[in-house]
Design a protein around this ligand. Sequence first.
Ligand code: NAD
Length: 319
Amino acid sequence: MALVCGAGGFIGHHLVKRLKREGWEVCGVDLKYPEFEATAADEFVIGDLREAGLCRMLVKPGSRVFQLAADMGGAGYVFTGENDAVIMHNSATINLNMLEACRVKGVEQVFFSSSACVYPAYNQEDAAHPVCEEGSAYPADPDSEYGWEKLFSERMYFAYARNFGIKVKVARFHNIFGPLGTWQGGREKAPAAICRKVAAAEAGGELEIWGDGEQTRSFLYIDECLEGVFRLMASEFSGPVNIGSEEMVTINELAAMVMEIAGKELSIVHCDGPLGVRGRNSDNRLLAEKLGWKPAAPLCEGLRSTYAWIREQVRARES
Ligand code: NAD
């Protein structure tokens, strides 16, 4: 049996679907149901993982746990500073509770979704050459409290592994995107925000981009993210390991790709906004070495299906 924490969220919902396709009995838990379609889980518990009692109740002996629940969002949520205390408190409490429940109940293994946000800001100032090799996370200097919480929790998972013999798996996700993800409201990430803005714009209109658009990122399509998670779970490697794409683009290039997919020429207007680090890219050398696999699909492929889905959402909102 598999327990998916955060099963109402973007990655958790897709993970539940994949687990079901592979024949697992799945229990999902979240504060909310998935927003855009019904869950595929056999059982779905609406509950708050900040409550230790709930965590203990949900974790079954010998089960496989996927801990993806976190207080999280894109740059507009994580980098303004206004949400720092709640992000740290909520996510750390969830991880403390879940790990302790895993220890008490005895699980087969537990997966924790960490983030590229653990990497030091000082290694990501050069947009063209960011350093995100796993070992470079130390000396630590993440650019957000969200990243610090992930780093603390990573350490806690490995401490539980060392001291209590729990089998843990830790992946550092790099900007996962795809259909059925948050696309409006302030917690959406760059690909979804740009798809929404392009879909909503009149032909010949404007497209607002935060900063000068020369900041770099890579974006991984949800299906490949899950492939990485499944391969990590099947391996003997614990991590931490990057699960991301190595196809680094500037945000201006990302916008150009979306405009091309949409068949719309918009003029880009740069404006002030929360930005995060100057450059970030996944380094997949360890992933390839340990799992004999790395993501290969081109960014434009995933963007095409994501744009099509977001365009439908925008149309439904406008009608
Ligand atoms: P998401 O926000 O869509 O999903 C997280 C889910 O956790 C939400 O549905 C939320 O309601 C739930 N949750 C939050 N607090 C809870 C609580 N107290 N009790 C129960 N549920 C709670 O985010 P996502 O994009 O699906 O990300 C999943 C995981 O992957 C997160 O841990 C995130 O930090 C990590 N991650 C994601 C990305 C990305 O690009 N999406 C990148 C790096 C790391």
